[in-house]
Design a binder for this molecule. Structure first.
Ligand code: MIC
Ligand code: SF4
Length: 642
């Protein structure tokens, strides 16, 4: 039997388990990345585990999220990351060097290698044929120490691409079409593998746009083959030696198959407030808009920027629209300046931001009240932009540029003659903002600098013998980590200060939650399907732990979040009968007799709702290892004990 592309990489990195979908496997990790909003915690954990030097082939720490420095906190975190990485053998990408995923693709990604990153969009590197996955910071810290990364062996979904994209239809429209087809939980438990003759018509940056936003499908990762186009991209980055050709076996077996004819695609938009709420732009045409933001790890490559610059050249942004542009990396920014395209963007009235995540994570550029914002980003979750009643639409750079000029939602196919823009055959290489770590023999001399905002990490406790507590919060389906632990300018500076961060937990859903949880010493949270979708931020587990949350009962969980819950000792439980969700209410008193024993061994637990006088069967779907971690009160304790 032949293997798929992803299966081949898994096979060559398998440390434990068998490649049977749904069972636990352990993988050897070649590369890691962190960003600053999750990195401080990851490196505090690396220190807590006593890891002296990283054991991966390459580990890089990027500074790209918390770049608006309205107080000392972010700058202190950056200094902490700079010094801790120097000491422990990690490269440091300075602020100004660009968004982690864009820079990693340009300078470090290697086909056939494994990468985990403390950011859910790490699968961007799947565009170059890497097996790249998002993970919680603690899992990344373990991998840096040479530890195994455990996942559930995914199914493989094959997306067969045929044909060629028409003019003004972009790679973004391909992934929006996949989201329309599969939905935000359509990729859970699966890897999405792209193949077919249409692959050869897509450049590496286009492929990376598609694998990037595979995160919004809930997929473990997404991947493209490594072919002559990949070789040319690596050669243009002066890294042709890193090229390895990768393709699935001809007789590979997939668990599901879809075909997308690229030539039939049209410009699409994901409407508020979910990336799978997809409609053709033509249906939204002429809706007045207030803001356009171009950039983010999804659409900030040289190809995207040149496309936008060509469309804006000689034009002026509509007076009702504020347009921001964030190039993805210093390489992109430099080349835009050198070729004159930057001048075209500035002349048109674009507000050029530094190469960082920026508006994507609410770091500035919040829209006006009830504002309509078109963004080339990957997430339009409620309130993520920083404006609670904003209406955020996710679109391609082509749709964004055409609409910014017109002042209304515009189908870019009405814009004019087709553009002829291709990926440069040679990129400007200057890695001067990537600092190398100190040699091992000098690391003892390096002092790690810790600002006053860096507080100790909360550590979990072993489960109680019997659990009795309140149903402290009940939420619906598809709750994102942006609901659980919102981000943005005002909150992100506290990523290394969990007590302060806890004041914002779940406030998108319920303003009183933090106070209530504190007063009642926590309790149990109940959720619907796909609980915890979205980011990799382990703060969405750490902060509930700090507030005393003992367990989350949901209809189903998102992959990275459920791993984070286990890592911090919060017990993830699912309803045996999803309809039982409707039978229990916030404020009910809940009991699980023999809780600790059940977590250790039982498949089935009985939740007693004392208020209603009913019993509800639950399942704990943790692996043996997961149960041991929960029993120890989280991965830090578990690692210490081992
Ligand atoms: C995001 O896009 O939501 C983030 C911000 O990049 C997160 C990481 C974080 O919360 O720091 C992610 O995607 O994992
Ligand atoms: Fe940054 Fe946005 Fe990408 Fe997250 S999705 S890494 S915030 S650009």
């Amino acid at each position: 039997m032949g293997y798929t592309l992803a299966q081949k990489i898994i096979k060559s990195h398998l440390v434990s388990g068998e490649m049977i979908p749904g069972t636990e496997i352990g993988l050897r990790i070649d590369q890691t990345l962190t960003q600053d909003a999750t990195g401080t915690m990851a490196y505090l954990q690396l220190e807590a585990m006593g890891i002296e030097r990283v054991k991966t082939e390459l580990s890089v720490a990027y500074i790209d999220h918390n770049t608006l420095q309205a107080g000392f906190e972010n700058a202190d975190d950056h200094r902490y990351i700079q010094t801790v990485t120097k000491k422990h053998g990690i490269r440091f990408s300075r602020p100004g060097n660009g968004i982690c995923h864009q820079v990693h693709l340009e300078r470090f990604g290697i086909p056939g290698k494994t990468l985990i990153g403390s950011d859910s969009h790490t699968p961007t590197a799947g565009g170059i044929g890497m097996l790249a996955m998002g993970a919680g910071g603690l899992d990344v810290a373990v991998a840096m120490g040479g530890g195994t990364y455990y996942i559930t062996m995914p199914k493989i979904i094959h997306i067969n691409l045929v044909g060629k994209l028409p003019a003004y239809v972009g790679a973004k429209d391909v992934i929006l079409e996949v989201l329309r087809l599969l939905g935000v939980k359509g990729g859970v438990g699966a890897i999405v593998e792209y193949g077919g003759e249409g692959v050869a018509t897509l450049s590496v940056p286009q492929r990376a746009t598609i694998t990037n936003m595979g995160a919004e499908l809930g997929a473990t990762t997404s991947i493209f083959p490594a072919d002559e186009i990949t070789r040319a991209f690596l050669a243009a980055e002066e890294r042709e030696n890193d090229f390895v050709a990768l393709a699935p076996d001809a007789d590979a077996i997939y668990d599901a198959e879809y075909t997308i004819d690229l030539s039939t695609l049209v410009p699409l938009a994901a409407c508020p407030h979910s990336p799978d709420n997809v409609k053709p732009v033509s249906e939204l045409a002429d809706m007045p808009i207030n803001q356009v933001c171009i950039g983010s790890c999804t659409n900030s490559s040289m190809l995207d920027m040149l496309t936008v610059a060509a469309m804006l050249k000689g034009k002026t942004v509509h007076p009702d629209v504020s347009l921001s542009i964030s190039p993805g990396s210093k390489q992109v920014y430099t080349m835009l300046a050198q070729c004159g395209a930057l001048a075209d963007l500035i002349a048109a009235g674009a507000r050029i931001l530094e190469c960082a995540c920026g508006p994507c994570i609410g770091m500035g550029f919040s829209p006006k009240s009830a504002g309509v914002s078109l963004r080339t980003f990957n997430r339009n979750f409620l309130a993520r932009s920083g404006t609670a009643d904003a209406q955020v639409y996710l679109v391609s750079p082509e749709t964004a540029a055409a609409s910014a000029i017109a002042g209304v939602f515009t189908d870019p196919r009405t814009f004019g003659d087709a553009l002829d823009i291709t990926v440069p055959t040679h990129f400007v290489i200057n890695d001067n903002l990537i600092e190398m770590p100190a040699p091992a023999e000098e690391s003892a001399n390096i002092t790690v600098e810790r600002g006053p905002n860096i507080k100790p990490i909360p550590v979990g406790k072993a489960p109680a013998e019997d659990l009795s507590c309140e149903l402290i919060l009940k939420v619906g389906d598809n709750i994102t980590t942006d609901h659980i632990m919102p981000a943005g300018t005002k909150i992100l500076p506290y990523r290394s200060n969990v007590p302060k961060l806890s004041e914002f937990c779940f406030t998108v859903c319920d303003k009183d939650f933090p106070e209530r949880a504190k007063a009642k010493n926590g309790g149990i949270i109940v959720g619907g399907v796909n609980y915890g979708q979205g980011s990799s931020r382990e703060h969405a587990a750490l902060v509930p732990l700090y507030l005393g949350i003992k367990a989350v009962v949901a209809k189903s969980f998102a992959r990275i979040h459920v791993a984070n819950l286990v890592n911090f000792g919060i017990v993830p439980l699912t309803f045996e009968n999803p309809e039982d969700y409707d039978k229990i209410d916030e404020g009910d008193t809940l009991e699980i007799a023999g809780f600790a024993n059940s977590v250790a061994t039982a498949e089935r637990l009985i939740l007693k709702d004392v208020t209603k006088g009913i019993e509800i069967p639950l399942q704990l779907t943790a692996t043996r290892r997961g149960r041991d971690i929960l029993g120890a009160g989280g991965l830090l304790n578990y690692t210490r004990n081992h």
